[in-house]
Design a protein around this ligand. Structure first.
Ligand code: FES
Ligand SMILES: [Fe+2]
Length: 397
């Protein structure tokens, strides 16, 4: 159970708040590059700020505050120019630094400026940085850079705090119940047979590494030298989970504000024999939960069940009323790490996983990951080993 003060430190994301200042030390993905091909003006919300991302007619990107300095029209209605974004109302034009560079009905252009932030593109995503200068490097995590995979991006807006998504990622044992027991219950209500019988967790552990936390588990039926236990998979501080086996993916939980998360799934796909990685990386937007947190799709798939777990805690779970127990040791470690890094920022230091050394970033940051994901037993029979384990788990009721 946390005190009200610590609960608020963890939950807030606005400028000037401790967590808001920590989160402003990182680059955050805000859109798929492909989305700007469809519409070069893209309104968004990041860390409690309403902004407009645009691609000008020369292909340059800008990210500016959404209110025109003249009389406040929303720049989401702006028109891209050769050199910036022109307000729909009276044509004031802003460059990528937010400076007004044209006032069509004035004798001279006044030296006015709105907020603007740097953006960069990598791996089919546009990233924004809202922190102090000098900005750190945009980390070249492996899936963003590798040329031996195809990729696509799936983006969902969720009506809950980003931290609820993250807590779930530091909580391995939920897999057994949420995706096994609850998932099969959902299927039963849909008139379908059970699908997943996860093996029981014997132990879980967490280790810090340069870019975050390595999460490891040993489940019934696995030897101690299995790579789920010896290697595990990483959680990239502060807000990226790296999961998967043959099709690894990043799940980036971008805080739009305290009660909304932009969930960016960055999915890799193995290349078919003889093909080359596609240059275009498609982005699709999906809606699985409405603003009130009600699911708009069946909850018969693992990612949707995870999202239910985040959203069904409410917009911000009250951490003064939680009872964290032994199986929550990863969540406790993560909260501790957040609080320690908030302190580091307060002392003027770089927090964990801020990259400034080009030698570490080039050509990419290779991350450790187990070859096989969590062992589970699928209802369609494509797992043959240790069926006994699944039956034992089922019999637990
Ligand atoms: S309100 Fe934008 S130019 Fe007038
Ligand atoms: Fe899960």
């Amino acid at each position: 159970m946390l005190t009200q003060d610590v609960h608020e430190r963890l939950a807030q994301v606005g400028s000037g708040t401790p967590m808001g200042e920590l989160l402003r030390r990182y680059w955050h993905p805000v859109a798929g590059t492909a989305e700007l091909d469809e519409d070069p003006v893209h309104p968004l919300r990041l860390l409690g700020e309403d902004l407009v991302l645009f691609r000008d007619a020369r292909g340059g990107l800008g990210l500016v505050a959404n209110r025109c300095a003249h009389r406040g029209l929303n720049m989401a209605y702006g028109i891209p120019q050769e050199n910036g974004l022109r307000c729909a109302y009276h044509g004031w034009t802003y460059d990528a630094a937010g400076r007004v560079i044209d006032m069509p009905f004035e004798p001279a252009c006044l030296p006015l400026q709105i907020k603007a932030y740097p953006v960069q593109q990598l791996g089919g995503l546009v990233f924004a940085y809202l922190g102090p200068e000098p900005a750190p490097l945009l980390p070249r995590y492996d899936l963003f850079v590798r040329d031996d995979i195809d990729r696509y991006v799936e983006i969902t807006v969720l009506p809950c705090s980003w931290l609820q998504c993250m807590d779930n990622s530091l909580d391995p044992v939920h897999f057994e119940h949420l995706h096994g027991h609850f998932g099969n219950y959902v299927l039963k209500k849909l008139g379908k047979p059970p699908m997943l019988f996860p093996a029981r967790h014997l132990k879980i552990d967490f280790d810090l590494f340069e870019y975050g936390i390595i999460k490891r588990r040993l489940v019934e039926g696995e030897p101690e030298d299995c790579d789920d236990w010896t290697i595990g998979h990483p959680f990239l501080f502060p807000n990226i989970l790296y999961v998967g086996d043959a099709r690894p993916n990043y799940q980036v939980r971008v805080p739009m504000d305290e009660t909304h998360t932009l969930h960016v799934r960055y999915q890799s796909v193995p290349l078919k024999d003889g093909t080359q990685s596609r240059r275009e990386i498609p982005t699709r937007r999906v809606t699985w939960f409405d603003e009130r947190g009600n699911p708009t799709v069946p909850l018969d798939e693992i990612p949707r069940q995870d999202m239910l777990a985040w959203v069904a805690q409410g917009p911000i779970t009250d951490r003064t009323r939680e009872h964290l127990v032994t199986s929550d040791k990863g969540v406790l470690l993560y909260h501790q790490l957040l609080l320690e890094n908030i302190e580091k920022v307060g002392r003027g230091e770089d927090p964990m996983a801020v990259v400034r050394d080009p030698a570490k970033n080039e050509p990419m940051i290779e991350l450790p990951r187990e070859r096989s994901a969590y062992r589970a037993f699928w209802g369609d029979g494509h797992e043959t080993r240790s069926r006994r384990v699944s039956v034992a788990w089922q019999n637990r009721g």
